[in-house]
Design a protein around this ligand. Structure first.
Ligand code: S3P
Length: 438
């Protein structure tokens, strides 16, 4: 275990300047994994070199692929046909372990998976249930938690699977297992982020999508022992990470901040729609395409008078990681912001409904916690509390952003895990003028 790194953030003057968003975490995981399966060498630029992705790099190496860093954010991944046995530690990364469980399913191999304390507490049967339906054996001795072993095999069968919740992790695990399965694998889902589908297409596989009349989406591919084709992947900036600087600018008087190169994807941008609906001055400038099938823009955010709203629950999956920082914006808005239909937050890196409610109420913000929702009433932020982060990077960063508008500062018990998704967070915040003492 790394030693704890407490940090305090304090009321700050206007935040100004431009920063470049770190590489998107979802796409970075997929670039390494799919590159690790592909025929040839996949080159990646703009990779997020955070701890979560480094766990995935180590994992694909253990599975038999080669991955080499050739420069800052520049990687080459040489794919392999995985076989034998391996033992993989995915650290803090839920996306890493869940997608890898699916990815290994159709190979002739046995893989044991584990992770850090937070990851070992998170539910995995949402992944292993459909994999078992496909014919994978699973050693599950901890009530659906890690450590677990996937006894994969090349004879698995394609299935049609209706995901029980909107989850790109579940959809992606099933589709990745389906790559090498016999027959067709089809997922019917409430729409979730589509990076796996886009990247598989960029690597030569046919992935078909159909919008169903009831609003769900059907996604399918045909299994084949043909390998993916190596390609070049430009990782766009992470809209989830960019949201911290954007909200910091919106709530700190006089601020005018640009976050460059942020991915524009309708399945990821709902937080920006919500912030605009609250009256936030958030503009997307210089929209452009990047390699790998995604678009990016520079986001300019200026200090704004925010007003509470009822957040559209039908967009919850499109902003699932952004609720803690949205709740910080809500703490600075006039009136109450209601967030509903977000029960999934209870099984993220921490119970994010409870952790967000505690971080706000401890610092003098009025908040009501429900089983699957939160309501936050804005007002002066007193601060003065030390927030327990529960090893959750997004809780840590949200608390530090709240401190920027507090009377007495906001402290966190530990900042070390911020490096899982945003290694440059402190450099970026201090470049913009934020007061954070490590
Ligand atoms: C992710 C999907 C989301 C999200 C996670 C990344 C992905 O999880 O919370 O941070 O890359 O597929 P769910 O789809 O399980 O909600």
């Amino acid at each position: 275990m790394s030693s704890l790194k407490p940090v305090t953030s304090r009321r700050s003057g206007p935040l100004t300047g431009a920063i470049r968003a770190p590489g998107d975490k979802s796409i970075s995981h997929r670039a390494i994994m799919l590159g690790g399966m592909a025929d040839g060498v996949t080159t990646v630029s703009g990779l997020l070199e955070g701890a979560d992705i480094m766990s995935t790099v180590e994992a694909v190496r253990k599975l038999g692929s080669k991955a080499a860093r050739t420069g800052e954010g520049q990687w080459e991944v040489e794919g392999a046909v995985w076989e034998g046995s391996a033992s993989v530690d995915c650290g803090n990364a839920g996306t890493g372990v869940r997608l890898l469980m699916g990815a290994v399913a159709g190979y002739d191999m046995e893989v044991s998976f584990t992770g850090d304390e937070s990851l070992r507490s998170r539910p995995m049967r949402r992944i292993t249930d459909p994999l078992q339906m496909m014919g994978v054996d699973v050693v599950d001795e901890n009530d659906g938690r890690l450590p677990m072993t996937i006894k994969a095999n090349p004879d698995i069968n394609g299935i049609t699977y209706e995901t029980p919740k909107a989850s790109a992790q579940i959809k992606s695990a099933v589709l990745l297992a389906g790559l090498r399965a016999r027959g067709r694998t089809c997922v019917i889902e409430k729409p979730s982020r589509d990076h796996t589908e886009r990247m598989l297409t960029a690597m030569g596989r046919t992935v078909t999508t159909e919008e169903l009349p009831d609003g769900r989406r059907k996604v399918w591919l045909d299994g084949s022992k043909d390998r993916l084709t190596a390609t070049h992947i430009d990782v766009p900036g992470d809209p989830s990470s960019a949201a911290f600087a954007v909200v910091a600018a919106l709530i700190t008087p006089g601020s005018d901040v640009v976050v460059e190169g942020v991915m524009l994807n309708p399945r990821r941008d709902a937080v920006y729609d919500a912030l605009r609906a609250m009256g936030g001055d958030v503009a997307f400038e210089n929209a452009r395409n990047v390699g790998g099938g995604e678009r990016v823009a520079d986001i300019r955010a200026r200090h704004s008078r925010l007003t509470g709203i009822t957040v559209d629950p039908s967009r919850a999956a499109d902003m699932i990681d952004e609720y803690p920082i949205l709740a910080v914006a809500a703490a600075c808005a006039s009136g109450t912001t209601h967030m509903n239909g977000i029960g999934e937050l209870r099984v993220k890196e921490s119970d994010r409904i409870a952790a967000t409610a505690a971080l706000l109420s401890g610092n003098g913000v009025r908040v009501e916690e429900r089983e699957d929702g939160l309501s936050v009433t804005g007002g002066a932020v007193e601060g003065g509390a030390s927030v327990t982060t529960h090893h959750d990077h997004r809780i840590a960063m949200s608390a530090l952003v709240l401190g920027l508008v507090s009377e007495r500062g906001v402290s966190i018990d530990d900042a070390s895990m911020i490096a899982t998704s945003y290694p440059d967070f402190f450099d970026h915040m201090s470049a913009l003028g934020a007061g954070m003492e490590q």
